[in-house]
Ligand binder design. Structure first.
Ligand code: GLU
Length: 333
C-alpha cells in the first residue's frame, strides 16, 4: 500500500489559469486539479487533496494559518506520512515560517508553489509539486519541521527568502543555505537545522497588529509616532546595515519602545544585527539603550511574524527578548 500524503492548496500562481480578461491569469485550479496535472504522483503516494483556501498569497491571514496548523496535526494523527501545502510564492516564506512554529508533529510539512503559471511555456508548478511530495515522503525529512521546495532545492522555512520577482530560481536561504535538493526522484537532505522553536497555538480572537517599517537615509520618526497612534501592538524596524537609523528617528523609536516591543532587524536581509560595534546617535548601541530588541539574523519579515505569534500568546517583554535571543543560540548558550 502506498503512503498517504495530504495536499492542501491555498491558491497562488500554481493554481491560476486562463485569463478571462486581458489583465492576466486568476485563481481557478482546485487542489484536485493540481494533483491531476502530475500523473506520476499516483506511483509514489496516495494523495488526499483539499482546497483549503483560494487566495492570492498576501491575503492569507494568521488565523488561516492557525486553522491550517490544526488541520495538519489532525492529519498526522490520522496517519498521513507527510503534508504538502501549495500557495502563492509572494508570501510562502511567511506562511512556512508560521506553520513551522505552530505544527506540533515531527512529520514533514513541505510548502511549494510556482513562479510560471500553468498557461506559460515551461510552468514549474507540476515539477515543484512532485518534488514537494517526494520530500514529504522522505524519512530523513522527519524532525526538520517545515520546508519550502522550489526549483529542485529544499529550504528550511526559517532561512528561505524570495529574492526575485519572476525567476524560477527566486528562492535562496540565508544565512545557512539550502538544506538539500532533489536528484533522480529522491529528496536529498544534507543539513538539519537546530531546534524546532515551537510556539503554542493561540486562542486570540482579535489578534494584535505588528507594523514593519523600512528605514532609509534622511528619514524622520513621523511614521513611528503615527504607528503608535494607530494602535499597533508591536513594531519591527528594517534598519540599515547592522541596525542603524538616522539620528532624526531615534527619539520617536525610544518613545515607541517605552510603550510597545520594538525590534530592530537589518534591511540587508543577510547577516546578524550588531549589538556592540558602533557608538553614534542611531547606532545599534543607541537603539539598545533606548530599549529596542535585536532581531539577530532573523530579518524583518520573519521578525514581524515571530513578534505577532508571541504577542498573540500574551508574551511579555522578557519572554519576547528571550525568544529572539534563542534563535541566535540554537544549541544553548
Ligand atoms: N507571484 C505569486 C505566486 O508566485 C502570485 C501572487 C501570490 O503570491 O499569490 O504565486
Amino acid at each position: 500500500m502506498l503512503p498517504r500524503v495530504s495536499v492542501f492548496s491555498l491558491g497562488g500562481t500554481i493554481a491560476m489559469g486562463a485569463a478571462t480578461s486581458d489583465k492576466g491569469v486568476s485563481l481557478s485550479h482546485s487542489a484536485e486539479m493540481l494533483i491531476a496535472a502530475v500523473p506520476k504522483l499516483a506511483d509514489i503516494a496516495e494523495i488526499e487533496a483539499q482546497s483549503f483556501r483560494q487566495l492570492p498569497s498576501p491575503d492569507i491571514t494568521i488565523s488561516d494559518l492557525e486553522a491550517l496548523a490544526r488541520e495538519i496535526d489532525k492529519r498526522f494523527a490520522d496517519g498521513v506520512r507527510g503534508v504538502v501545502v501549495t500557495q502563492g510564492t509572494d508570501t510562502i516564506e511567511e506562511s512556512a515560517f508560521i506553520i513551522d512554529r505552530l505544527v506540533k508533529d515531527n512529520a514533514p510539512v513541505v510548502f511549494t508553489g510556482a513562479m510560471r503559471n500553468p498557461t506559460m511555456p515551461g510552468p514549474d508548478g507540476p515539477a515543484n509539486l512532485y518534488h514537494a511530495v517526494l520530500t514529504a515522503l522522505e524519512q530523513q525529512a522527519r524532525g526538520i519541521g517545515t520546508m519550502v521546495v522550489m526549483n529542485d532545492e529544499i529550504h528550511a522555512a526559517r532561512y528561505v527568502q524570495k529574492l526575485h520577482t519572476t525567476s524560477p530560481a527566486a528562492f535562496h536561504s540565508y544565512p545557512a543555505g539550502a538544506i538539500g535538493w532533489i536528484i533522480e526522484n529522491q529528496a536529498r537532505i544534507v543539513t538539519r537545522p537546530a531546534s524546532r522553536f515551537p510556539i503554542a497555538l493561540s486562542t486570540a480572537h482579535h489578534g494584535p497588529r505588528v507594523v514593519r517599517l523600512a528605514v532609509g537615509l534622511d528619514e524622520d520618526g513621523a511614521l513611528v509616532d503615527l504607528a503608535l497612534r494607530a494602535g499597533y501592538d508591536g513594531m519591527v524596524i528594517d534598519a540599515t546595515g547592522g541596525g542603524h537609523v538616522p539620528k532624526a528617528m531615534t527619539e520617536a523609536l525610544g518613545r515607541a519602545a517605552t510603550r510597545i516591543p520594538v525590534v530592530y532587524a537589518s534591511r540587508t536581509r543577510h547577516g546578524e544585527t550588531m549589538q556592540s560595534t558602533y557608538d553614534f546617535p542611531g547606532a545599534e548601541t543607541d537603539l539598545l539603550d533606548r530599549g529596542l530588541i535585536p532581531a539577530g539574523w532573523l530579518g524583518g519579515i520573519k521578525s514581524r511574524l515571530l513578534l505577532l505569534l508571541l504577542l498573540r500568546n500574551g508574551a511579555g517583554e522578557d519572554e519576547i527578548r528571550q525568544a529572539f535571543d534563542a534563535w541566535c543560540h540554537p544549541f544553548g548558550r
